[in-house]
Design a protein around this ligand. Structure first.
Ligand SMILES: [Mg+2]
Length: 334
């Protein structure tokens, strides 16, 4: 059995500007880049980018796991990481699969991308540049400002967006039942009579512990609902599926867990899924896109834009791996 030399480098970079969601400001992205090197000297890269408030392990837990590993690790170990470390499962398995060339055939050209808009009024300006960059699907965070204010902004956004643009609304579990029904009525009105629904879906209106209400809501309105926080890990995804969820599943490959298991579940359940970023660096992003390009879709033509249009938040070339000493203090500004 193969074994691999294993190295890892923690990273940290500021999100610019900080991302505002219902959970508040997210200012710093922390994670780890890892490298597996086989006996022929070939190198596979992976990224561990946890999102603990979404239900993944914390960076401290991921670091503790990596620290206790020896310098050389077996394939069995790479593929046998326990499910309570889903971001580690993704990082190690994607490094391993890049060494196996398992995803070499993935054709990324078939993917379309959804761009993340800033919350509140800034969205009214922000979409224009993104539109010119080629984006046709936009995601806007709601449940950040008062309802009346966001409703006014949405009306303006819908009135000004070109008719071929689609909008996703993401509440990050920040609505109550009444607010959710108000938003959905409003979405149904906007979508009424449109050939291409202007509002593609409303994402995670209610908290994770309100699954029966989410299911109920999904059956009352024409506008589709997507689960995100509720299905962060494969275990949660399976639980929601078995409790009857047949709406959209937002899959964040970087924290979902093992890509091989994810592929199997998508196939078995014929999930209607949307892949989405966790503001990882290029390494995790590439692995996530490779996975998204090869996951089975629920029906032909049902390939939804992937939520990886988040580049404005991530500075370029922030990779800390390679020959650099990641623990060295940053060089002074010239
Ligand atoms: Mg979301």
């Amino acid at each position: 059995m193969d074994d691999y030399q294993f190295k890892y480098w923690p990273y940290q970079y500021p999100l610019q500007p900080p991302l505002l969601t219902h959970h508040g400001f997210w200012e710093i992205r922390e994670g780890m880049i890892l490298q597996l090197c086989d006996r022929q000297g070939r190198v596979g890269w992976g990224e561990i980018s946890p999102l603990p408030w979404f239900g993944s392990e914390s960076l401290a837990q991921a670091l503790a796991f990596c620290r206790q590993l020896p310098d050389r690790i077996s394939e069995e170990r790479v593929l046998g990481i326990p499910s309570h470390l889903p971001a580690c499962q993704f990082g190690f398995e994607s490094a391993w699969s890049s060494l196996q060339n398992l995803d070499a055939e993935a054709d990324l050209s078939q993917l379309t991308y959804s761009a993340l808009l800033p919350a509140g009024e800034q969205a009214l300006q922000a979409w224009q540049l993104l539109w010119h960059q080629g984006y046709r699907t936009f995601k806007w965070k709601i449940a950040v400002y008062p309802w009346e204010q966001e409703q006014r902004i949405l009306a303006q956004l819908v009135a000004t967006l070109p008719s071929s643009a689609q909008l996703r609304l993401d509440a990050n579990a920040g609505l109550d039942w009444l607010q959710a029904t108000q938003w959905l009525q409003c979405c149904d009105q906007i979508n009424h009579g449109e050939a291409l629904p202007r509002i593609e879906f409303l994402e995670q209106p209610l908290a994770v512990d309100q699954f029966p209400a989410l299911l109920d809501l999904s059956r009352r309105y024409a506008t589709p609902l997507a689960l995100d926080e509720s299905v962060a890990t494969l275990r949660q995804l399976q639980a929601c599926y078995h409790q009857g969820w047949r709406g959209i599943f937002v899959i964040k490959p970087a924290i979902a867990g093992s890509p091989r298991q994810l592929r199997r579940l998508c196939h078995e359940y014929q999930l209607d899924w949307v892949a989405s970023s966790v503001l990882e660096t290029t390494i995790g992003r590439q692995a996530g896109l490779q996975l998204a390009a090869t996951l089975p879709v629920s029906a032909p033509g049902n390939r939804r834009a992937v939520g990886y249009g988040t580049q404005t938040w991530i500075p370029d070339a922030q990779l800390i791996a390679g020959d650099a000493d990641p623990f060295a203090p940053p060089a002074p500004e010239p």
